[in-house]
Design a binder for this molecule. Structure first.
Ligand SMILES: NC(=O)c1ccc[n+]([C@@H]2O[C@H](COP(=O)([O-])OP(=O)(O)OC[C@H]3O[C@@H](n4cnc5c(N)ncnc54)[C@H](OP(=O)(O)O)[C@@H]3O)[C@@H](O)[C@H]2O)c1
Length: 278
């Protein structure tokens, strides 16, 4: 099978490039193809003729999206549509990465794939609109929604916490947002499985279990053997430009229906710390 990974230079992209063995892989970063350029997208896809395209490229700065709305929609929605149109034309299958931020966070139980989208941020809206447009353009595509991604291939929450905890006696972390931390390696492995199983439709792909950012930070500091004290604060005390859902736990039932399962986030964190320490 021939696979094109668009966004191969990102956090998830690097894990996909590392984990994907046994198939022919073409990995592209933004220097190879800017997904806002429809004719360039068509050109690279036509030249490679992949069986699968995994679209991991996005403008992922959630706060930056609030002040760069046009860029957010141009990359995350219109860029995704460009890729879907090239998939239609070349007969490729498409797996698109989406986000828990398509939900408003008002639920008190895990979000199912059938729950209504109601994004609260520009980033969330750009992803939600991309999902709708992709399902119209290529109804057989696979949309893998993930959340709270971490890994050694780029900037991420555990890396920030480890740096802060190593240089300060205490740190404050929000305790009123709940979600599912997801290790890029586990997400990459699940994506590979989904492609090999020819998955279609929306699937929630995240490590199992859930926590608040505060609980996640406390576990990171403990597992790393650091002494810093982690204190819980509210989102109001730590105001950021983009609103985040208070609760964006994604149910695993859609992934189970595909015959796959994810390790717990605590287990994933321990493997991440080992990988980070080389
Ligand atoms: N990070 C999270 O917590 C999280 C949570 C939920 C969902 N997701 C989704 O998961 C996917 C992977 O996220 P990530 O954290 O791995 O992203 P990332 O580390 O920020 O990497 C983004 C990737 O997109 C590429 N890119 C950006 N703008 C582009 C453009 N205009 N044309 C082509 N490529 C472009 C970048 O290329 P260069 O580096 O070469 O510029 C890079 O390879 C994204 O769809 C994201 O929305 C992420």
């Amino acid at each position: 099978m021939k696979v094109m990974i668009i966004g191969a230079t990102g956090l998830l992209g690097k894990a996909l490039m590392h984990e994907w063995n046994g198939d022919q892989i073409v990995g592209l970063g933004s220097r190879d193809v800017d997904i806002r350029d429809a004719s360039r997208v068509m050109e690279v896809v036509e030249a490679s003729r992949p069986d699968w395209i995994v679209l991991a490229a996005a403008y992922t700065d959630v706060d930056g999206c609030e002040s760069h709305r046009e860029l957010a929609f141009a990359v995350n929605r219109d860029g995704a549509v460009n890729v879907a149109q090239s998939a239609v034309r070349s007969g490729a299958k498409l797996l698109f990465l989406s986000s828990d931020y398509v939900f408003d966070g008002q639920k008190k139980s895990p979000y199912e794939t059938s729950d209504a989208r109601n994004p609260q941020s520009v980033y969330g809206r750009s992803k939600a609109e991309a999902e709708v447009r992709l399902l119209e353009t290529l109804p057989g595509c696979c949309i893998a929604r993930t959340s709270w991604l971490f890994g050694t291939g780029g900037k991420c929450f555990p890396d920030t916490i480890l740096k802060l905890a190593g240089s300060r006696p205490s740190l404050e972390v929000v305790d009123d947002q709940r979600g599912c931390p997801t290790y890029s390696v586990d997400l990459a492995r699940a994506i590979i499985e989904l492609c090999r199983k020819n998955a279609t439709g929306i699937v929630h792909v995240n490590n199992s279990g859930d926590c608040s950012w505060f609980e996640f930070a406390r576990e990171i500091v403990k597992d790393a053997g650091l002494k810093a004290e982690v204190r819980p604060v509210s989102s109001q005390q730590m105001a950021r430009p983009a609103p985040r859902p208070a609760y964006s736990v994604l149910s695993a039932s859609s992934l189970h229906r595909c015959g796959s399962e994810m390790p717990t986030w605590n287990n994933a964190l321990q493997r991440y710390l080992k990988e980070r320490n080389g």
